[in-house]
Design a protein around this ligand. Sequence first.
Ligand SMILES: NC(=O)c1ccc[n+]([C@@H]2O[C@H](COP(=O)([O-])OP(=O)(O)OC[C@H]3O[C@@H](n4cnc5c(N)ncnc54)[C@H](OP(=O)(O)O)[C@@H]3O)[C@@H](O)[C@H]2O)c1
Length: 270
Amino acid sequence: MRILVLGASGFVGSALHAHFAAHHEVVGTSRGGHGLTPVDLADADAVRALVGQGFDLVIHTAGVVDLGAAQRDPAAAFAANVAPMVPLLDAIGGAKLIYLSTDNVFDGTHDHYDETAARAPINVYGETKVAAEDLVLAHDRHLVVRLPLVYGRSPLSNKFLARYAASEIAARTDIVCNPLYLPALAPALEQLVDESGVVHIAGTETLSRYELMVRVRDRLAAPARIVATDRLSAVQDCPRPLRLVMRSNRHSLTGPDVDTALDDLCSNHH
Ligand SMILES: NC(=O)c1ccc[n+]([C@@H]2O[C@H](COP(=O)([O-])OP(=O)(O)OC[C@H]3O[C@@H](n4cnc5c(N)ncnc54)[C@H](OP(=O)(O)O)[C@@H]3O)[C@@H](O)[C@H]2O)c1
């Protein structure tokens, strides 16, 4: 297959790029650097020209992912996350799109969410992802993949583990989800590539941000102190849904449990 990975310098995108490049012809993009194909999603003509180059599969992982940044500058978040969907979908021809979305399309007031659950974003980031999902889902054959917090090691952006370089890490005890181990994502996408509509891919265990950070810290034997915060004590940069437990009624792919994932993470630790 000829595959285009938009956002191949990112945390998720660089892992997908590395995985698929082992067996396919893959073009990966960034706004600059890493020897990737340079493209800025703000440049609609550049998006059209690139996407129109005859790919079989386009995996879109690029955009504004920082919830606080999206909340501070909604116009920039919509410009990065929604506007480029129009030239992308215009130019995609016969290719299949896999669009990565988020559990932040939900409000966090329900026990869990499957693919049929109603979306009700409570922050700007979630609003941009709902708008982009709608553009994707207006076409029958494309696939929206909603992810929870993703953790693990990534080839070009180690943003999850980089937090452990700090001496103190604030982590919420009142925000829970089913985090997904990053290396499980690409194999799951391979299994789901012929699906369309919406799929959720999340881990099996429900745990708080605090619990996850502590378990990773302990397993890495990192010196960082994890400081428990909650709705009242945390920096108020963005409204955050509290309980985002995603389930799937379409498949049973979850990746490893947290202990197995952390064994894997540490066995690859250099
Ligand atoms: N990480 C998670 O826990 C998580 C959870 C749920 C959903 N997701 C979804 O997964 C996807 C990837 O997230 P991530 O955490 O991997 O994000 P990330 O590490 O911040 O990577 C974002 C990527 O987007 C690119 N990008 C940003 N703005 C761009 C622009 N204007 N034009 C072109 N490229 C641009 C960046 O490339 P350059 O900076 O090199 O240009 C980078 O490759 C997103 O759709 C996100 O919503 C992630």
